[in-house]
Unconditional design. Structure first.
Lengths: 413, 404
């Protein structure tokens, strides 16, 4: 294991990866010279204009992880893993591989090396010639990462953050454990679905033998830049994010700090609910009933009694059980980052399984999120049209410094 | 993970165990599974001599001591086998394994050929220690084989061959294995076919499971003979016209689903002809290292696709039997290429060793009364665990072609 001071460098990683049989080459990210040192032929580099222009790249490093307050990209993959090894060094080695892969991919790089034709290609290849597409990978750790069934597998139980626990049972829960929770979650987002899938696929590949994929969920969110995206009910989702859209606001709402372990400072809690929407029933509901259910006008997004989407909400003008009224009643704010999903047809009814992958980030879910959820699941007029089918709470560490790997502050604390 | 923490029950051992019945019934099998008994006495005698005369160029003192200590224990084991003392046999099997684990890494790196031999006889002995039923004849054959292998190890000389020579030796070794497995397949298929034609369904079911092992061990090589594999091993879903369907699975359906052997004679005869044809063709095949290594990968891919999903043995649900045989066939290639791997990538050999151990340990936990549990008795979580281990193993195995 490397010491805290040195961390990993790109060069080290290449050596390490070649030894492990997963050679890594850098594409257009500018460190091609290193490849000369490894004796590999650089066989592929990104040549598309957007990859080089840089405005398509969301940096991996910084004070906070990307993908949290990053404006929403169009596509999402949410993947949950169970750590299957008991070996801390194997876990560290996977997290290093993941970090290195993210370093390469977010800048439009590839793991492809001068491949030996007798062994499988190092990179799966479907993102070659595609731009970086604002790819972000956000890492979160679930309660079982720190303590699995009462067992402190990696000697890190003492480092569990103060608000990390599974979301407690709520009224009307209809949760499927096989698509809920997990030791590690990866939120992979990009403006190109193939780029996003390439990332999640190769992250899964790099996890083989160390972690096991629990579940994966894909989602989409389409919106004109600068406008709030709409969910599958046709309503704007995330209007209230504008209330804290400032450095101060994010400190207040999103970034964890006080009383948290060091690694969690600048991090955030990811709350996840997969919410099935009964869209067929909804589509047979009158416009006025739909609007009364939310407490907002469908087209403009303005709350009842207001003119514009972002105008202040006067709760007294809203139906008491409407979605927005209940959200405001808690006097809490969260940072919403939801995606929609569509899946199979229920053969019994012909109804489409579709809905919302509710994702919110907050610095203290006990205060900001759980009470809001409890109130909504017990009273929300929307309950008639939705069913919560999956759940998860994950602690996303603070931002990553170049040369360090994700989770290092936990595993080497 | 520490090797010693894995109380491994080897797959080879399980296979030996499942094959026990056939071996005792069938002299030809017993003969090919073990070295001749007469060699073992001489081997024991020379063992003590060579311990004293270990030279500097030979095995290190740690290896010498380990081998001597194992030989000692094997002698006691042979006594215990002679007395049919099951309790003692189990204790010794376990302690022999503990000793082997303490120095096997050094052996694998310095004397890969000898390593493979020791491993071949040691693992079944250890496995036997974990089961309620002990086949003393089988165990005796393995104990004798282990004595020979350990004696060879004590006298081993470091290899000086080049990688390509090592690889060619690996192919020769693997060809021997293929020939041996094919011959067992013929014998065992005959037992199966006889039971089918005698209308003895229970017997046929038992013989079926045993025959499948030999086929699944060598499947990729069998597949290289065009239409023979489909004739022998096609599933109903594989064939264009169900009326032309023949082979093992045709009779599997009759036995487990239709519960009637009526009209199966023709398929039984046909299967026997095809399997004999396979053996004849196998004798003409000259394997290349590339094909051998690719075959090992194919075996794992087979296991990870049709076996792990329960599609292969749709009626008998013996998928774990096939899966274990696929893994075992793949491991045979791994063992054969260790010398070449050592030249190129010892790290990969270490990892593969661990992965095979984990896989075998996992599979062994599904043996009840000397047989693998039926696929349809496994929970989704159990299947997933096996699948994850297969993925890990396959990932590593897919890198071995780099030695070519």
């Amino acid at each position: 294991m490397e010491s805290k001071q040195t961390g990993i460098t790109r060069k080290d990683f290449i050596k390490m990866s070649v030894a492990a049989g997963a050679g890594i080459a850098l594409g257009a990210s500018g460190l091609g010279a290193i490849l000369g040192a490894t004796g590999n032929t650089l066989s592929a580099s990104k040549t598309t204009a957007s990859a080089e222009s840089g405005d398509d790249v969301i940096p991996l490093y910084g004070e906070h992880q990307p993908g949290i307050i990053t404006p929403q990209q169009t596509y999402l993959y949410l993947a949950s893993f169970r750590v299957s090894t008991d070996s801390k060094s194997d876990l560290v080695s996977m997290l290093k591989d993941w970090t290195k892969f993210c370093d390469l991919s977010v800048s439009g790089g590839t793991m492809m090396t001068g491949d030996n034709p007798l062994v499988p290609p190092t990179d799966t290849g479907e993102s070659l010639d595609l731009p970086a597409s604002k790819l972000t990978v956000t890492f979160g750790f679930g309660p079982s990462f720190f303590r699995d069934g009462g067992k402190d597998r990696f000697g890190i139980a003492r480092l569990a953050p103060q608000h990390l626990k599974d979301i407690p049972r709520m009224a009307r829960d209809n949760l499927d454990p096989s698509i809920s929770g997990g030791d590690i979650v990866l939120q992979v987002c990009a403006n190109d679905q193939q780029v996003a899938f390439h990332a999640v696929r190769n992250l899964i590949r790099l996890s083989v033998g160390t972690a096991s994929l629990n579940w994966m969920q894909e989602g989409f969110a389409s919106g004109t830049p600068g406008k709030t995206p709409r969910n599958l009910f046709g309503f704007k989702d995330g209007t209230a994010n504008s209330l804290h859209d400032s450095a101060d606001g994010y400190d207040r709402i999103v970034w964890a700090g006080d009383g948290e372990p060091d690694w969690m400072k600048g991090g955030s809690y990811l709350a996840y609910r997969k919410i099935q929407m009964k869209i067929e029933t909804w589509d047979r509901t009158s416009l006025s009933d739909q609007e009364a259910t939310f407490g907002r006008f469908k087209v403009s997004g303005a709350a009842f009694g207001a003119k514009g989407e972002f105008d202040a909400v006067d709760a007294s003008k809203l139906p008491a059980d409407s979605h927005v009224a209940l959200a405001k009643q808690t006097k809490q704010q969260i940072h919403r980052r939801a995606y929609s999903y569509t899946d199979k047809v229920d053969p019994r009814t012909g109804n489409v399984d579709a809905g919302l992958l509710f994702i919110s980030y907050q610095r203290n879910p006990d205060e900001q999120f759980i009470p809001m959820l409890r109130l909504m699941q017990s009273k929300d007029a929307l309950n008639e049209y939705v069913s919560h089918v999956a759940s998860g709470m994950f602690a996303c560490p603070g931002g990553l410094r170049e040369g360090r790997y994700i989770g290092q502050n936990i595993l080497e604390a | 993970m520490l090797k010693s923490s894995l109380s491994v029950l080897s797959l080879a051992g399980l296979l030996a165990l499942t094959a026990c019945g056939s071996n005792s019934n069938d002299p030809a099998n017993a003969g090919s599974a073990s070295p001749s008994a007469s060699s073992s006495q001489g081997a024991s005698a020379s063992a003590s001599a060579s311990t004293a005369s270990a030279s500097a160029s030979g095995p290190s003192s740690a290896i010498q001591e380990g081998a001597a200590s194992m030989l000692d224990a094997v002698k006691q084991l042979q006594d215990a086998i002679g007395k049919q003392d099951a309790a003692n046999v189990k204790t010794l099997g376990k302690s022999i394994n503990d000793t082997w684990l303490s120095f096997e890494n050094a052996v694998r790196q310095s004397f890969p050929l000898e390593y493979t031999d020791v491993e071949k006889y040691e693992m079944p002995i250890f496995s036997a220690s974990a089961y309620d039923k002990i086949d003393f004849d089988e165990l005796k054959a393995n104990a004798d084989g282990l004595t020979d292998a350990l004696t060879k190890l004590q006298n081993a000389k470091p290899t000086t061959e080049s990688s390509s020579e090592l690889l060619n030796q690996a192919v020769v070794k693997y060809q021997d294995y293929i020939a041996d497995q094919t011959s067992k397949l013929v014998t065992q298929t005959q037992a199966f076919v006889d039971a089918v034609k005698a209308g003895n369904a229970d017997q046929a079911k038992t013989e079926y499971a045993k025959a499948r092992v030999y086929y699944e061990n060598i499947e990729p090589v069998a597949e290289s003979f065009g239409d023979l594999d489909p004739k022998i091993d096609a599933r109903l879903a594989d064939v264009d016209d169900p009326n032309t369907w023949t082979g093992f699975h045709r009779i599997e359906k009759a036995l487990w689903q239709d519960n009637s052997l009526e009209g199966q004679d023709q398929y039984a005869d046909r299967l026997m002809t095809d399997v004999k044809d396979l053996q004849a063709q196998m004798k003409t095949v000259k394997l290349e290292p590339k094909a051998m290594v690719a075959g090992a990968m194919e075996l794992l891919n087979e296991a990870a696709t049709s076996k792990i999903t329960g599609e292969e043995e749709l009626y008998s649900h013996l998928d774990l039997v096939d899966l274990a045989a696929n893994v075992d066939g793949s491991k045979t290639v791994y063992l054969a290429i260790i010398p070449a791997l050592n030249e190129n990538n010892t790290d990969l050999a270490d990892k593969l060793d661990q992965a095979f151990m984990k896989m075998e340990q996992s599979l062994s936990s599904y043996v009840k009364n000397g047989q693998y549990v039926a696929y349809n008795e496994l929970t989704t979580d159990q299947i997933r665990q096996i699948s994850d281990q297969l993925s890990e193993l396959s990932n590593l195995m897919s890198q071995t072609a780099a030695i070519l």
